[in-house]
Design a protein around this ligand. Sequence first.
Ligand code: MG
Length: 94
Amino acid sequence: MKTIVDRIGKPALLEQTAEECAELAHACLKEARRLRGENPTPKTTPECWLAISEELTDLQICIEMLEAAGYHGDQAIADVKRQRMVQRLDEAGK
Ligand SMILES: [Mg+2]
């Protein structure tokens, strides 16, 4: 049985992933705007949470397909990046 990636091809998968990243970014920005309250938005908390949940799910599906197509994250790189974030927070006294 052909996979979704077999059916649409890697370029389309990469485009879909970029699209879902942008949609998740938009949902996150809206929630940050709601939380900060400096520039009021009519979006409610449940609406913002649902939007983030939906876009995270879309992105998780894309990540699964990317992995099936041979693209992978790297745990060692993730560890270094997490440590760098902690170091920057420590340096900033946060
Ligand atoms: Mg989406």
